[in-house]
Ligand binder design. Sequence first.
Ligand SMILES: Cc1cc2nc3c(=O)[nH]c(=O)nc-3n(C[C@H](O)[C@H](O)[C@H](O)COP(=O)(O)OP(=O)(O)OC[C@H]3O[C@@H](n4cnc5c(N)ncnc54)[C@H](O)[C@@H]3O)c2cc1C
Ligand code: FES
Ligand code: FES
Length: 511
Amino acid sequence: MSTPAPHSTAENVIRFYYRGEIHTVDQAAPTRTVLQHLREDLHCTGSKEGCAEGDCGACTVVIGEQTADGVTLKSVNSCIQFLPTLDGKALYTVEDLKQDNGALHPVQQAMVECHGSQCGFCTPGFVMSLWDLYLKNDGGQAPACKSAGTAASACQPLQRKDIDIALSGNLCRCTGYRPIIDAAHRMGELPAVGFDREALQHALQPLQRDDIFVYQHDGQTFYAPRTLAQLVEVRAAKPDARILAGSTDVGLWVTKQMRDLGDIIYLGQVSELNAMVTRGGQLEIGAGVTLNDAYAEICKHYPELSEMWQRFASLPIRNAGTLGGNVANGSPIGDSPPWLIALGAQVVLRGPAGQRVMPLEALYLDYMKKDMQADEFVESVRIPLPHAGQRFRTYKLAKRFDQDISAVCAAFSVTLDGDQIRDIRIAFGGMAATPKRAALTEAALRGQVWNESVLETAVALLSDDYQPLSDMRASAEYRMKTSQNLLRRFWLETRIDAPLRGDQVNPFVCA
Ligand SMILES: Cc1cc2nc3c(=O)[nH]c(=O)nc-3n(C[C@H](O)[C@H](O)[C@H](O)COP(=O)(O)OP(=O)(O)OC[C@H]3O[C@@H](n4cnc5c(N)ncnc54)[C@H](O)[C@@H]3O)c2cc1C
Ligand code: FES
Ligand code: FES
């Protein structure tokens, strides 16, 4: 195939909705970040750069996007999002919140009233995360208010957990957070300011493209196919190009490692990859579905994943990053592969020859080495739905509750027939060069009675399955000891006299 060409030179332009009009860019490198463009090109310096790696939230902006049902708005870290990914979308920064009459938005007013800002460096990021929360909750009220016909008097204030989730990606070194949380409660008490979603949908309509978007600058090309067929074609023609999904890993290769990515194939506009379908006893999640949407759907079937959902990075990272990216990256400390493997998930790869489907664990050959050809990509992940007698848990050990990478991540799924183990699947992250099953331990457990003496035999066997490393996150001894203790914890929570499911899990959003 010849390299897809832009439809015309006039179309070699990134277009997005910004400050009430269509904004165009044609002279930026494909890896120029949204934050760099805002601060250095547009001199719009409200959004700050703290870390340039998605950790501090000072750069938080809100992105609006057209969907089948209307528009969505979500907070993301502008420091790791590349400018061409904005094509067809809307960008909102802290400068956009002021009302037409010049008054502060209730989110900003609440921050002032509650003394939520001291040095002020983090404040624009907090304000944008709070604005995202405000938009999702009809003016800072509880989610129940979104139901049609709910009387305003029946609306409850936001719960603390909603606020904690919304602010999980924002760091402040001055305030101690309490005044900011007060502001989150206060914003819903102030006169509400609406947001016209229909007007946004109308504004986004002319920006939607029917065909692949190709943007070229200084020898580097950014491809944004719109269909699976286009993606297969461009991938086959450009096997060396870097696939880009949510940019929450790849973005840092540019901002921290100063890597030249070469050509880029962006998955965010491929409609088929954004689907989630339940059929044949499986939930299939397209590789373009964001982590937040994917976890929300999976949690309906496995509420035991609720704490992992909340503890996976932060909300802006989950709003951008994808489950497909977590799987394809194949990091030994990624949080999704262990539980996906424990649940018996399959990964669907696609290339010019069609699909290849394999158990997820088979994808991981060695440290960052995968059974994926240069012209293939991850199309979806298939997750079996819960079955009778199944007891499942996953645990994350990290130094912080929010926004931290695991030292150890464990996942266990046992299927019991009475007190006998019909099947068991155990997988760990952080214990080997890849996310890895505990094959020896599993084999020793199958067919046994799920009791404490069998458990202790299994605990001892874990050291045959894993020889972990020491690194900055944890020592090998800590990893082995905590893995053994997590297996004990799983047994304690799922022994036959324990409740089957649900009531020992974190009552986070899935509840
Ligand atoms: C602040 C911060 C906190 C984080 N916290 C966590 C955490 O708690 N737990 C955790 O597991 N991870 C964490 N991460 C890592 C990251 O968010 C996840 O790995 C995420 O799932 C990556 O998805 P993405 O869509 O952003 O992938 P990208 O960054 O776009 O891509 C990641 C890699 O996968 C490849 N790729 C992406 N999609 C496909 C596909 N469909 N087919 C083939 N290749 C593909 C890319 O080429 C690249 O090599 C964190 C990252 C940041 C910046
Ligand atoms: S600058 Fe810290 S998250 Fe973007
Ligand atoms: S007010 Fe100073 S960092 Fe938050």
